[in-house]
Design a binder for this molecule. Structure first.
Ligand SMILES: [Zn+2]
Length: 322
């Protein structure tokens, strides 16, 4: 027999349900899909604590009394990001292959003309598909090769275990292919996950070049503790992808190079560091290459400019802190 609940109980349950529903709706309305609006002070502090700025590491002077350290860095992505997404369109692949076939050789020839070093961040899959590119980068003995993931995976979209598996594979492949364990890491798409910092510490990297909190070298601090990892920060204004890429809105590289020049002049005045990040599949085309070479010529015309690999800069600022 079903016992009919008393009228009083019905009212009580209905009221509790409506109160719960109301508070949930209120919370949703208050946040409006913006969870941070509901976080406490402790939660806000915790949310930013993972990878913060520690000591500034700009030394009192750069080697040979130079005023500024300049790192020309190239994220030498070719087919890896497309293959990661399963994109096998020959047209799309060929546009990316341009980086390995034309961009990198052109950039290397320019660097050779000026006898300056650079750092190339490479995915293991692109290294595998382009052994000739790796060989060409290594030929002069001036350039550095850093890790840029296995297949340009996005660390924020996978578990820590999977991120570690792919990072191990990338380190192993690049170590074997170059004969040297890479000292530096730049996250694919510059996208640190919450596990990335722990992983690069565990794997013994000297430096990272993915974060952006300062425009000079610093030590990364995690939850209040210095990590010993040198950060050589980058910036979305000091790269060309948002401007010259498929969604680019600035087809004339002259505007871009005016911006790079002003940034360099500022770093020169501040006696700190200038890091430029370019992508050979974009910047290796004829028009931007003309501007890049003019820019290098300009920087070289100033006294006291130390062109160095990211690893040499990181080692120098780390040694200076001892
Ligand atoms: Zn990349």
């Amino acid at each position: 027999m079903n016992k009919t609940p008393s009228f009083g109980l019905v009212v009580l349950v209905a009221t509790a349900m409506s109160v719960a529903g109301l508070s949930l709706a209120r919370a949703q309305q208050a946040g409006g899909g913006q969870p941070g609006t509901q976080w406490s002070e402790a939660q806000l502090r915790e949310a930013v604590a993972l990878a913060r700025t520690g000591r500034k590491l700009t030394p009192k002077s750069w080697p040979n009394g130079s005023r500024v350290a300049v790192c020309l860095s190239f994220d030498a992505d070719s087919e890896a990001p497309l293959l990661r997404d399963g994109n096998t369109s020959p047209t799309a692949l060929s546009a990316s292959d341009f980086g390995a076939q034309s961009g990198v050789p052109r950039i290397l020839a320019m660097l050779d003309r000026h006898r300056i070093p650079a750092t190339f961040f490479v995915t293991a899959v692109d290294a595998m598909l382009h052994p000739e590119m790796l060989e060409a980068i290594q030929k002069s003995g001036r350039h550095e090769i850093g890790v840029h993931g296995w297949i340009h995976e996005t660390p924020t979209r996978m578990s820590a275990d999977e991120e570690e598996r792919l990072l191990d594979r990338a380190i192993e492949y690049l170590t074997k292919a170059t004969g040297k364990r890479p000292a530096g890491y730049r996250a694919p798409s510059w996208a640190f996950s919450t596990a990335t910092l722990d992983l690069i510490q565990k794997k013994g990297f000297l430096y990272d070049s993915s974060l952006q909190a300062l425009d000079e070298p610093y030590e990364i601090v995690s939850r209040g503790k210095p990590t010993g990892i040198v950060e050589l920060p980058i910036d979305w204004t000091l790269t060309e992808t948002p401007f010259l890429g498929q969604n680019g809105r600035m087809p004339n590289p002259a505007f871009l190079y005016q911006l790079y020049k002003d940034e360099f002049d500022g770093a020169y005045e501040e006696r700190t560091m200038f890091v430029l990040t370019l992508h050979p599949y974009l910047s290796g085309h004829r028009a931007p290459m003309r501007h890049l070479e003019q820019f290098v010529t300009y920087m070289k015309s100033k006294p006291g400019v130390w062109f160095a690999t990211a690893a040499d800069i990181a080692q120098y600022v780390k040694d200076g802190q001892k």
